[in-house]
Design a protein around this ligand. Structure first.
Ligand SMILES: NC(=O)c1ccc[n+]([C@@H]2O[C@H](COP(=O)([O-])OP(=O)(O)OC[C@H]3O[C@@H](n4cnc5c(N)ncnc54)[C@H](OP(=O)(O)O)[C@@H]3O)[C@@H](O)[C@H]2O)c1
Length: 243
């Protein structure tokens, strides 16, 4: 499959995390000019030594930092992967401060990156692709995930609206909706047999996703092989949301 990503500049947020770093590595293998973004310079430098990626530091909650970080760079693609899991809580006992923070990072952060990155992509006039990393939690009712699910539901909605608005610039916008990946965000909760077991039992493939299972579909959606796909929220969930 020809991805067409060679030398194309692609920003990956959350690059210091599990799914983000796997995506950086796969994009680098495809010859893309990867710009890995995060908050931890040490981890970004290690990723850069391994892959040759450029690095960028900003906090997803700061419009000023995002605007200034993205003002000078030309982009073809974006992976909105930075995110936070929040808390496990019901609507009855949720901490509204956690709700605000999870929306701030996951939803508002995705919109801010889309806002400033798409300006750069439109100016470059070469089309492009954005992939938002959403979650299975936005597709079905997942116990204990009220705030996180809401934040990713907003990401799915933004994906569709952005696909509509940016299509005339030949910029495609899609999302992936992974099931559990055993990164630190998930392991403490889903790693418990009493919590993870019942989900695995109902999932047709009966296994958790890996970081690489997510990176593959992300890179596909960025690539020329997905030239006619836009506005899609693609479950990467072993069939969990289909049954
Ligand atoms: N793991 C799962 O089960 C799962 C399932 C479905 C979807 N997802 C989604 O996949 C994405 C990546 O998750 P992951 O599993 O790879 O988690 P992870 O390893 O915890 O990585 C999260 C990444 O987001 C960054 N981040 C968090 N808050 C930030 C902020 N305020 N500003 C800038 N960067 C920030 C982190 O940077 P720092 O290193 O600086 O904290 C880190 O790079 C997230 O959007 C998550 O919601 C995860």
């Amino acid at each position: 499959m020809e991805t067409g990503l060679k030398t194309r500049p692609i920003l990956v947020t959350g690059a210091t995390g599990g799914i983000g770093a796997a995506t950086v590595r796969l994009l680098a293998n495809e010859g893309a000019d990867v710009i890995a973004a995060g908050r931890n310079q040490e981890r970004l430098s290690a990723l850069s030594s391994d892959t040759g990626c450029r690095t960028l530091i900003f906090d997803l909650t700061s419009e000023d930092e995002i605007q200034s970080a993205l003002s000078e760079i030309e982009l073809y693609g974006v992976v909105n992967c930075g995110g936070w899991g929040g808390e496990i809580a019901t609507p009855m006992d949720t901490d509204i401060g956690v709700f605000d923070k999870v929306i701030d990072i996951n939803s508002r952060g995705t919109l801010l990156i889309t806002k400033y990155a798409s300006k750069s992509m439109i100016n470059a006039g070469k089309g492009g692709a954005i992939v938002n990393v959403s979650s299975q939690a936005s597709l079905i009712g997942l116990a204990g995930h009220v705030s996180y699910a809401a934040s990713k539901g907003a990401v799915d909605a933004m994906t569709r609206v952005s696909a509509l608005e940016l299509g005339k610039h030949n910029i495609r916008v899609n999302a992936v909706n992974p099931t559990v990946v055993m990164t630190p965000m998930s392991e403490w909760y889903w790693g418990r047999d009493d919590i993870g077991g019942p989900l695995l039992e109902t999932m047709p493939l009966h296994k958790w996703a890996t970081e690489q299972d997510c990176a593959g579909p992300i890179v596909f959606l960025l690539s020329d092989a997905a030239a006619m796909i836009s506005g899609v929220c693609l479950p990467v969930d072993g069939g969990f949301s289909a049954v």
